[in-house]
Ligand binder design. Structure first.
Ligand code: HEC
Ligand code: HEC
Length: 205
Protein backbone atom coordinates (compact mmCIF):
# COMPACT_ATOMS: atom_id res chain seq x y z
CA UNK A 1 0.00 0.00 0.00
CA UNK A 2 1.47 3.36 -0.91
CA UNK A 3 1.56 6.21 1.55
CA UNK A 4 -1.33 8.09 -0.02
CA UNK A 5 -3.55 5.03 0.05
CA UNK A 6 -2.77 4.22 3.65
CA UNK A 7 -3.39 7.83 4.58
CA UNK A 8 -6.79 7.64 2.94
CA UNK A 9 -7.56 4.49 4.90
CA UNK A 10 -6.47 6.20 8.11
CA UNK A 11 -8.66 9.22 7.33
CA UNK A 12 -11.63 6.99 6.52
CA UNK A 13 -11.21 5.25 9.88
CA UNK A 14 -11.06 8.57 11.71
CA UNK A 15 -13.99 10.10 9.85
CA UNK A 16 -16.76 9.10 12.21
CA UNK A 17 -15.04 11.01 14.99
CA UNK A 18 -14.35 14.15 13.02
CA UNK A 19 -17.67 14.72 11.31
CA UNK A 20 -18.03 18.07 13.02
CA UNK A 21 -14.75 19.91 13.31
CA UNK A 22 -15.23 22.95 15.50
CA UNK A 23 -15.85 26.14 13.54
CA UNK A 24 -13.60 28.65 15.31
CA UNK A 25 -15.09 31.65 13.51
CA UNK A 26 -18.56 30.73 14.70
CA UNK A 27 -17.11 30.10 18.18
CA UNK A 28 -15.51 33.53 18.23
CA UNK A 29 -18.74 35.18 17.10
CA UNK A 30 -20.80 33.36 19.73
CA UNK A 31 -18.29 34.22 22.46
CA UNK A 32 -18.81 37.97 22.05
CA UNK A 33 -21.85 38.04 24.29
CA UNK A 34 -20.13 35.88 26.93
CA UNK A 35 -17.56 38.64 27.40
CA UNK A 36 -20.22 40.87 28.94
CA UNK A 37 -20.07 38.81 32.09
CA UNK A 38 -17.02 36.57 31.83
CA UNK A 39 -14.63 39.34 30.75
CA UNK A 40 -13.06 40.31 27.45
CA UNK A 41 -10.43 37.60 27.82
CA UNK A 42 -12.83 35.22 29.58
CA UNK A 43 -10.73 35.71 32.69
CA UNK A 44 -13.82 35.85 34.90
CA UNK A 45 -14.34 38.31 37.68
CA UNK A 46 -13.05 37.99 41.23
CA UNK A 47 -16.02 37.33 43.46
CA UNK A 48 -18.54 34.62 43.72
CA UNK A 49 -20.39 35.08 40.46
CA UNK A 50 -18.51 34.95 37.16
CA UNK A 51 -16.10 32.06 36.61
CA UNK A 52 -13.07 32.08 34.39
CA UNK A 53 -13.78 30.27 31.10
CA UNK A 54 -10.51 30.72 29.16
CA UNK A 55 -8.60 27.46 28.95
CA UNK A 56 -11.32 25.24 30.46
CA UNK A 57 -11.42 21.86 28.70
CA UNK A 58 -13.96 22.15 25.89
CA UNK A 59 -15.66 18.87 26.78
CA UNK A 60 -16.40 20.23 30.24
CA UNK A 61 -17.64 23.63 28.99
CA UNK A 62 -19.86 21.91 26.43
CA UNK A 63 -21.37 19.67 29.11
CA UNK A 64 -22.06 22.62 31.38
CA UNK A 65 -23.74 24.57 28.59
CA UNK A 66 -25.94 21.55 27.89
CA UNK A 67 -26.76 21.22 31.60
CA UNK A 68 -27.54 24.92 31.93
CA UNK A 69 -29.75 24.68 28.84
CA UNK A 70 -31.78 21.70 29.98
CA UNK A 71 -31.95 22.78 33.61
CA UNK A 72 -29.85 20.02 35.19
CA UNK A 73 -27.68 22.86 36.47
CA UNK A 74 -29.67 25.80 37.70
CA UNK A 75 -29.11 28.45 35.09
CA UNK A 76 -28.12 32.01 35.76
CA UNK A 77 -31.15 33.57 34.09
CA UNK A 78 -29.41 36.69 32.68
CA UNK A 79 -26.89 34.36 31.01
CA UNK A 80 -29.66 32.52 29.19
CA UNK A 81 -31.30 35.76 28.12
CA UNK A 82 -28.14 37.60 27.06
CA UNK A 83 -26.39 34.73 25.32
CA UNK A 84 -29.43 32.69 24.35
CA UNK A 85 -27.74 29.52 25.50
CA UNK A 86 -31.17 27.89 25.49
CA UNK A 87 -31.39 28.29 21.72
CA UNK A 88 -27.84 27.12 20.96
CA UNK A 89 -27.45 24.00 18.88
CA UNK A 90 -25.07 21.24 19.96
CA UNK A 91 -22.70 22.36 17.19
CA UNK A 92 -22.77 25.97 18.47
CA UNK A 93 -21.95 24.73 21.96
CA UNK A 94 -19.01 22.77 20.65
CA UNK A 95 -17.75 25.70 18.58
CA UNK A 96 -17.85 28.19 21.40
CA UNK A 97 -16.37 25.70 23.89
CA UNK A 98 -13.42 24.87 21.64
CA UNK A 99 -12.85 28.56 20.98
CA UNK A 100 -12.82 29.31 24.72
CA UNK A 101 -10.43 26.43 25.43
CA UNK A 102 -7.91 27.96 23.05
CA UNK A 103 -8.13 31.45 24.54
CA UNK A 104 -5.16 32.54 26.57
CA UNK A 105 -5.34 35.47 28.92
CA UNK A 106 -2.73 38.14 28.12
CA UNK A 107 -0.36 38.52 31.06
CA UNK A 108 -1.42 42.10 31.68
CA UNK A 109 -4.99 40.90 32.12
CA UNK A 110 -4.44 37.85 34.25
CA UNK A 111 -6.04 39.09 37.40
CA UNK A 112 -4.39 37.60 40.41
CA UNK A 113 -6.91 35.45 42.16
CA UNK A 114 -7.05 36.79 45.70
CA UNK A 115 -6.47 34.27 48.46
CA UNK A 116 -9.61 33.89 50.52
CA UNK A 117 -9.50 35.55 53.90
CA UNK A 118 -11.34 32.56 55.35
CA UNK A 119 -10.56 28.88 55.83
CA UNK A 120 -7.57 26.86 56.94
CA UNK A 121 -5.62 25.50 54.00
CA UNK A 122 -3.78 22.82 56.01
CA UNK A 123 -7.11 21.41 57.22
CA UNK A 124 -8.43 21.72 53.65
CA UNK A 125 -5.50 19.67 52.34
CA UNK A 126 -6.34 16.83 54.74
CA UNK A 127 -9.95 16.80 53.58
CA UNK A 128 -8.93 16.97 49.91
CA UNK A 129 -6.77 13.88 50.33
CA UNK A 130 -9.10 12.00 52.72
CA UNK A 131 -12.08 12.49 50.41
CA UNK A 132 -9.94 11.49 47.43
CA UNK A 133 -10.69 14.63 45.48
CA UNK A 134 -7.23 14.13 43.96
CA UNK A 135 -8.42 10.87 42.36
CA UNK A 136 -10.41 12.96 39.90
CA UNK A 137 -9.18 16.56 40.10
CA UNK A 138 -5.53 15.45 40.55
CA UNK A 139 -3.09 16.42 43.28
CA UNK A 140 -2.29 19.75 41.66
CA UNK A 141 -5.94 20.54 40.86
CA UNK A 142 -5.43 20.38 37.11
CA UNK A 143 -8.39 18.03 36.51
CA UNK A 144 -8.70 15.47 33.72
CA UNK A 145 -9.70 17.26 30.56
CA UNK A 146 -10.58 14.15 28.55
CA UNK A 147 -12.90 12.84 31.23
CA UNK A 148 -14.73 16.13 31.61
CA UNK A 149 -13.30 16.69 35.08
CA UNK A 150 -12.69 20.40 35.50
CA UNK A 151 -9.49 21.95 36.80
CA UNK A 152 -9.87 23.59 40.19
CA UNK A 153 -6.72 25.67 39.89
CA UNK A 154 -7.05 29.05 38.23
CA UNK A 155 -10.70 29.39 39.16
CA UNK A 156 -12.03 32.24 41.28
CA UNK A 157 -12.17 31.20 44.90
CA UNK A 158 -15.49 32.71 45.93
CA UNK A 159 -17.12 31.20 42.83
CA UNK A 160 -15.76 27.84 44.00
CA UNK A 161 -17.26 28.34 47.47
CA UNK A 162 -20.61 29.09 45.85
CA UNK A 163 -20.37 25.83 43.86
CA UNK A 164 -19.70 23.89 47.07
CA UNK A 165 -22.77 25.45 48.64
CA UNK A 166 -24.79 24.54 45.53
CA UNK A 167 -23.48 20.96 45.69
CA UNK A 168 -24.30 20.79 49.39
CA UNK A 169 -27.85 21.98 48.75
CA UNK A 170 -28.16 19.77 45.65
CA UNK A 171 -28.81 22.89 43.55
CA UNK A 172 -26.05 21.53 41.31
CA UNK A 173 -25.14 17.87 40.99
CA UNK A 174 -21.47 17.14 41.48
CA UNK A 175 -19.88 14.56 39.22
CA UNK A 176 -22.22 14.05 36.32
CA UNK A 177 -25.16 11.95 35.26
CA UNK A 178 -24.76 8.65 37.02
CA UNK A 179 -24.34 10.23 40.36
CA UNK A 180 -27.73 11.83 40.86
CA UNK A 181 -27.37 10.98 44.51
CA UNK A 182 -23.81 12.27 44.82
CA UNK A 183 -23.77 13.31 48.43
CA UNK A 184 -20.05 14.12 48.72
CA UNK A 185 -20.79 17.62 50.00
CA UNK A 186 -24.12 17.21 51.78
CA UNK A 187 -22.64 16.46 55.18
CA UNK A 188 -19.83 18.98 54.99
CA UNK A 189 -20.31 21.91 57.32
CA UNK A 190 -19.57 25.46 56.12
CA UNK A 191 -16.15 25.49 57.84
CA UNK A 192 -15.03 22.43 55.91
CA UNK A 193 -16.15 24.00 52.63
CA UNK A 194 -14.13 27.13 53.45
CA UNK A 195 -11.07 25.04 54.36
CA UNK A 196 -11.32 23.27 51.00
CA UNK A 197 -11.45 26.58 49.14
CA UNK A 198 -8.45 27.87 51.14
CA UNK A 199 -6.47 24.78 50.12
CA UNK A 200 -7.55 24.85 46.47
CA UNK A 201 -6.40 28.49 46.22
CA UNK A 202 -2.84 27.35 46.99
CA UNK A 203 -2.74 25.42 43.67
CA UNK A 204 -2.15 28.73 41.93
CA UNK A 205 1.06 29.53 43.80
C1 HEC B 1 -25.40 37.79 32.05
C2 HEC B 1 -24.14 37.21 32.49
C3 HEC B 1 -23.59 36.01 31.71
C4 HEC B 1 -23.41 35.87 30.35
C5 HEC B 1 -23.72 36.87 29.25
C6 HEC B 1 -22.79 34.57 30.16
N1 HEC B 1 -22.62 33.94 31.37
FE1 HEC B 1 -21.82 32.11 31.68
N2 HEC B 1 -22.13 32.25 33.67
C7 HEC B 1 -22.69 33.34 34.31
C8 HEC B 1 -22.78 33.07 35.74
C9 HEC B 1 -23.33 34.01 36.82
C10 HEC B 1 -22.26 31.76 35.93
C11 HEC B 1 -22.11 30.97 37.26
C12 HEC B 1 -23.35 30.16 37.51
C13 HEC B 1 -23.24 29.37 38.81
O1 HEC B 1 -22.85 29.93 39.83
O2 HEC B 1 -23.51 28.17 38.76
C14 HEC B 1 -21.87 31.28 34.62
C15 HEC B 1 -21.31 30.04 34.41
C16 HEC B 1 -20.87 29.58 33.19
C17 HEC B 1 -20.22 28.30 32.98
C18 HEC B 1 -19.85 27.27 34.03
C19 HEC B 1 -18.36 27.36 34.33
C20 HEC B 1 -17.83 26.30 35.28
O3 HEC B 1 -16.64 26.39 35.66
O4 HEC B 1 -18.55 25.38 35.63
C21 HEC B 1 -19.97 28.20 31.64
C22 HEC B 1 -19.31 27.05 30.92
C23 HEC B 1 -20.46 29.42 31.02
N3 HEC B 1 -20.99 30.25 31.99
C24 HEC B 1 -20.37 29.69 29.67
C25 HEC B 1 -20.86 30.85 29.07
C26 HEC B 1 -20.79 31.08 27.65
C27 HEC B 1 -20.15 30.15 26.64
C28 HEC B 1 -21.38 32.31 27.42
C29 HEC B 1 -21.61 32.99 26.08
C30 HEC B 1 -22.21 32.21 25.05
C31 HEC B 1 -21.82 32.82 28.73
N4 HEC B 1 -21.48 31.91 29.70
C32 HEC B 1 -22.46 34.03 28.93
C33 HEC B 1 -23.09 34.53 33.70
C34 HEC B 1 -23.09 34.79 32.35
C1 HEC C 1 -15.29 10.65 40.86
C2 HEC C 1 -14.63 11.85 40.39
C3 HEC C 1 -14.68 13.10 41.27
C4 HEC C 1 -14.31 13.20 42.61
C5 HEC C 1 -13.80 12.13 43.53
C6 HEC C 1 -14.48 14.60 42.93
N1 HEC C 1 -14.93 15.32 41.85
FE1 HEC C 1 -15.32 17.33 41.78
N2 HEC C 1 -16.08 17.13 39.92
C7 HEC C 1 -16.11 15.97 39.18
C8 HEC C 1 -16.84 16.21 37.94
C9 HEC C 1 -17.10 15.18 36.85
C10 HEC C 1 -17.25 17.56 37.96
C11 HEC C 1 -18.08 18.30 36.92
C12 HEC C 1 -19.54 18.24 37.35
C13 HEC C 1 -20.45 18.83 36.33
O1 HEC C 1 -20.37 18.42 35.18
O2 HEC C 1 -21.26 19.73 36.65
C14 HEC C 1 -16.74 18.11 39.21
C15 HEC C 1 -16.91 19.43 39.60
C16 HEC C 1 -16.33 20.01 40.69
C17 HEC C 1 -16.32 21.43 40.98
C18 HEC C 1 -16.95 22.54 40.13
C19 HEC C 1 -15.89 23.22 39.28
C20 HEC C 1 -16.41 24.38 38.46
O3 HEC C 1 -15.62 24.93 37.66
O4 HEC C 1 -17.58 24.77 38.58
C21 HEC C 1 -15.65 21.57 42.17
C22 HEC C 1 -15.39 22.90 42.87
C23 HEC C 1 -15.24 20.25 42.62
N3 HEC C 1 -15.66 19.32 41.69
C24 HEC C 1 -14.53 19.97 43.78
C25 HEC C 1 -14.30 18.69 44.29
C26 HEC C 1 -13.78 18.40 45.62
C27 HEC C 1 -13.36 19.44 46.64
C28 HEC C 1 -13.75 17.04 45.74
C29 HEC C 1 -13.42 16.22 46.97
C30 HEC C 1 -14.27 16.48 48.14
C31 HEC C 1 -14.20 16.48 44.48
N4 HEC C 1 -14.55 17.51 43.64
C32 HEC C 1 -14.23 15.13 44.19
C33 HEC C 1 -15.54 14.75 39.55
C34 HEC C 1 -15.08 14.43 40.82
Amino acid sequence: MNIKKSLNVAIALLLPFTLHAADMENGKELSRTCALCHGKFMQGVAGDIYPRLAGLPSGYTENELQRLKDGRRKAHLPMLITSMVDTMSAADMEDVSVYLEHMTIPTAHVRAIPRPTYGNSAAGKNIYLEEECDGCHKKDGSGKAKKGIPPLKGQHTDYMLKQFEDFKNIARIHDGEDEKDDSSFVDMNPDILRDLVAYISTFDD
